[in-house]
Design a protein around this ligand. Structure first.
Ligand code: FAD
Length: 423
């Protein structure tokens, strides 16, 4: 019998790592998901699986804003906004615009770098202590530039990375080719981040679930949480049709839909879905030496033992999960422009995947306790870094449940209260 009970809503990477760290602290945990756990429907399954300390810059910054705006008015662009008359989207955009010119971007950058490095350490700790089959490979990632302009920008990022304590190496095309001798590569240059890496997302989620089940966690699948039972400032139970789940603390880790459930409690979480797609191609020829990002094309390529995953697109404000042939073809053609010899099977819409990144208006995760409901917490808003930040997010949430103070910068830049008293 454990002293404290928790219900986690959402069995994606954030919910499962939170469950792991809560179990380690002696807490009783139930994880509820409206699909299967792990589920192909969740954003945590079909993503590019990259572990990215290199992604230390918050998404709300002047360069990304400019690129997003340009993409929004360019048909077929990888990066953009699905415009609609939607007051939540307009409010979110106003917040994003404000945050893109914030004077605290450098402090947020330092915080993100610290979060990534801590998460990387925790990945290794979880693997060595409890879950050896996480499929962790921390041997680096390459960012490839096809133009002088993007290579110059990446070299500036590499300098900043080194200043933040995240090593980076600027590579000439020949250095890249020496590691990928069998692949025809057309690039201007590359930056290598040796601390980055990859996991196979579904293997990681499955091994986490197996460990959780073996350690007493109750996993409840196909059970959408649709309501709450409350009493003054306390939540008593999460409800799904006629079922009630009672606990001391309730943690919302429901990805891009986190705000939809908390709205029922009068709590707002400012999130927009950032749609992305991916497909897998079986390895039938030479494969890339490392996970690789094509910076000018917004394409992520992750080589695994038997197949290579190709991922792309960042379309904000769109919760339609249809994958179109045009968008898949863009990813394949972009790959062929840079690596003409790399075998990429023709992808088909029916067998491809789409997912929705939970995107916050300041580009930082949203992790903390509610001001309105004393036993409500959330962990979401990880946008394109949810896999990378899974362990540290779970660790922070478990500390908050136990009343253990978190680092002041984490409190300052992650707490939902930074958006006012809406949560
Ligand atoms: C194309 C693409 C590539 C990406 N590549 C990377 C990468 O390389 N590295 C990286 O770090 N990140 C990457 N990401 C981002 C990453 O996938 C997400 O940040 C992360 O998966 C979010 O995890 P989550 O647990 O917060 O949400 P989710 O994985 O979406 O999990 C939330 C769960 O909550 C459930 N849920 C929602 N509402 C309810 C409800 N009412 N009741 C019960 N259950 C509910 C959902 O069904 C879901 O299973 C990528 C994303 C995309 C789209």
């Amino acid at each position: 019998m454990r002293d404290k009970t928790t219900v986690i809503i959402g069995g994606g990477v954030t919910g499962l790592f939170t469950a792991y760290f809560l179990v380690k602290k002696g807490v009783e945990v139930t994880v509820i998901d409206d699909g299967t756990i792990p589920g192909l429907h969740s954003c945590s399954s079909g993503n590019a699986g990259m572990i990215v300390p290199s992604h230390f810059l918050p998404l709300a910054n002047p360069d990304t804003l400019k690129e997003g705006l340009r993409g929004s008015f360019t048909p077929g662009s990888a990066f953009g906004i699905h415009w609609s008359v939607n007051s939540d989207l307009l409010r979110w955009l106003a917040g994003y615009l404000r945050n893109s010119f914030s004077r605290v971007i450098p402090a947020k950058t330092e915080t993100l770098a610290a979060l990534h490095l801590e998460s990387r350490d925790l990945f290794q700790l979880v693997q060595s202590a409890d879950i050896p089959d996480l499929s962790l490979d921390l041997t680096g990632l390459v960012m490839v530039s096809s133009t002088r302009k993007s290579f110059d920008r990446e070299k500036r990022s590499a300098d900043q990375s080194i200043r933040l304590g995240i090593p980076a190496e600027v590579w000439s095309p020949d250095t890249f080719r020496s590691l990928n001798a069998h692949i025809d590569a057309r690039l201007t240059g590359a930056v290598f981040y040796p601390l980055d890496g990859k996991v196979d997302p579904v293997t990681m989620l499955l091994s986490l679930v197996n460990w959780l089940k073996a350690n007493g966690v109750t996993i409840i699948e196909n059970c959408p949480v649709t309501g709450w039972k409350t009493d003054d400032h306390q939540i008593i139970a999460a409800k799904s049709d006629d079922r009630e789940f009672i606990a001391d603390d309730f943690l919302i880790c429901a990805g891009d839909r986190s705000g939809l459930i908390t709205k029922l409690l009068g709590c707002e979480i400012p999130l927009q879905p950032g749609k992305g797609i991916s497909f897998d191609s079986p390895n039938s020829g030479p494969i890339l030496s490392h996970p690789t990002l094509l910076q000018d094309h917004h394409v992520a390529i992750t080589p695994y033992e038997k197949y290579t995953r190709f991922a792309g697109d960042f379309l904000l404000g769109n919760r339609n999960n249809r994958v179109t042939q045009e968008r898949l073809t863009r990813i394949r053609q972009s790959t062929h422009q840079v690596f003409p010899g790399l075998t990429v099977n023709q992808p088909f819409a029916e067998t491809s995947w789409s997912g929705f990144r939970p995107v916050s208006p300041d580009g930082m995760p949203i992790i903390g306790r509610s001001k309105k409901w004393s036993n409500l917490l959330t962990g979401t808003g990880h946008a394109m870094m949810g896999i990378s930040l899974g362990p540290v997010s779970g660790s922070i949430l478990s500390d908050l449940v136990m009343g253990i103070p978190v680092k002041p910068d984490y409190e300052r830049f992650l707490a939902p209260s930074r958006f006012g008293n809406s949560f």
